[in-house]
Design a binder for this molecule. Structure first.
Ligand SMILES: Cc1ncc(COP(=O)(O)O)c(C=O)c1O
Length: 431
């Protein structure tokens, strides 16, 4: 054995057939221990386990799943045409495309400005848009721009990515399983008592996450309520991360489609968008984040930081997918995807109206594909999950899985087929 080397008992035990030596004084790498603080994804794995145990014990039962937030309808013809056409382009030397530009193709960014923001009179330029592979990546990655000692505030219940990504970044403190809360996170309860409108927190946060229309509650902030948050952020030096993944489902006039409809939002808000729910791209992957150039902190532009991050860590959404995204905002594409959204919203109205008719208390479902059902007789959300599974053979999502204030509520989604939705309600009526 060369001098300075020793045998490693661990490696010797792992690989007995190879003689392995390691350098003396060698220090094993350390992991990012923030990851070990994350509790397992109890919600969906627990649901899956409960459902498969029930299925195994009752193989004849036909379950209807209104739990997950994934779409079920196929891509619309305008999108399929654009995909076919661009796939053919990729097979020809003259029209082949390699790496996409860092921010995304101008044909898509320009169209988004023209078709999404100009009709809203929102002042946005196409070089403020960063095309990505979806809102989950962007809403999880955006925290990298902020110092580790920043405090985040989230609405409660909440889309779990906002908290979990900040836990990974070391910003959340420790988790208390009894309260279901992180010690350093500011929770802003959204319940029927406050009309699902978060109150300004007692302690001023640095980064505020708002999802409007909201997942999981399906409720919304109207333009005045959102304006109050924009004013609050500007007054207190906060940044708002605004997730508008469900914007396409808005039906009421006073609900904003973009945070840039609010005065002053350009200096305090980053908007994240997705093609998943407005055009069924959950399996295709496309989204974008808009970082206005007006957001400057300590002389540093957040737009420049995000451009740097995007250029270093992301190599672009595929050309064919960006062409498909462009087709979503063609006249034909818009007509077709709006029909699809209307299909899901018919489900939402059917669920909401039927449950109300049965005497239940329900929220959401007007500007969002989610129905937030108050559990009857103060049942816990997990007890209600079991009850619905065994009595109606319908699978939903217990509200407690989205945060402590989700306890006592239950989420149903409108993303199933109309036929399944109607049958689920028939079963619920009979249970
Ligand atoms: C609030 C919210 N943001 C983002 C996403 C993820 O969107 P994408 O499919 O674009 O990653 C979801 C998906 O369910 C969501 O509910």
């Amino acid at each position: 054995m060369p001098s300075g080397f020793v045998e490693s008992p661990f490696l010797a035990a792992t690989y007995p057939s190879i003689a392995i030596t390691i350098q003396k004084g060698f220090i094993m790498y350390k992991i990012n221990s923030n990851y070990t603080k994350l509790p397992g994804n109890y919600l969906f794995s627990t649901i899956a386990k409960k459902v498969s145990a029930y299925k195994e014990a009752n193989p004849e039962v036909d379950l209807i799943r209104l739990g997950i937030g994934d779409v079920t309808q196929p891509l619309v013809p305008a999108v399929i045409d654009a995909l076919h056409h661009s796939v053919d382009e990729m097979g020809c030397a003259e029209t082949f495309h390699g790496y996409a530009p860092d921010l995304g193709y101008a044909f898509l960014r320009d169209r988004l400005v023209e078709r999404v923001y100009q009709p809203l009179h929102a002042e946005v330029s196409s070089d403020e848009i960063f095309i990505s592979d979806g809102a989950k990546s962007d809403s999880g990655n955006i925290q990298e721009l902020f110092s580790v000692d920043n405090t985040i505030a989230v609405t409660d219940p909440v889309y779990p990515v906002y908290i979990d990504s900040n836990v990974m970044g070391g910003r959340c403190g420790s988790f208390d399983p009894s309260s279901g809360k992180w010690s350093d996170v500011i929770y802003m309860p959204c319940t029927r008592e406050n009309g699902f409108v978060p109150a300004f927190p007692e302690r001023t946060p640095d980064v505020i996450y708002l999802c409007n229309p909201n997942n999981p509650t399906g409720t919304t902030l109207n333009v005045n309520q959102l304006q109050d948050w924009v004013d609050y952020a500007n007054r207190n030096g906060c940044i708002i991360i605004y997730d508008a993944a469900y914007e396409a489902y808005i039906t009421e006039k006073d609900v904003p489609h973009s945070i840039y409809e609010c005065t002053g939002a350009r200096s305090c808000a980053i908007e994240i968008r997705s093609f998943s729910k407005n055009a069924g791209f959950t399996g295709v992957r496309l989204g974008y984040t808009l970082v206005p150039k007006d957001i400057v902190q300590d002389g540093v532009s957040l737009h420049d930081l995000w451009a740097r991050r995007h250029g270093t860590k992301f190599n672009g959404a595929p050309y064919i997918v960006q062409r498909a995204g462009e087709a979503v905002y063609s006249d034909e594409g818009q007509r077709q995807v709006r029909e699809q959204v209307a299909y899901y919203m018919r489900n939402a109205h059917t669920i909401k109206d039927s449950l109300l008719d049965m005497g239940y208390e329900v929220y959401g479902g007007v500007n969002a594909p989610y129905i937030w059902w108050k559990t009857p007789e103060d049942m816990t959300s997990w007890d209600f999950f079991d009850y619905l599974l065994t009595k109606a053979h319908v699978v939903g999502t217990p509200g407690a899985g989205f945060g402590p204030s989700g306890e006592g509520y239950f989420r149903l989604t409108a993303f199933g087929s109309y036929e399944d939705t109607v049958s689920a309600l028939d079963r619920i009526r009979r249970m």
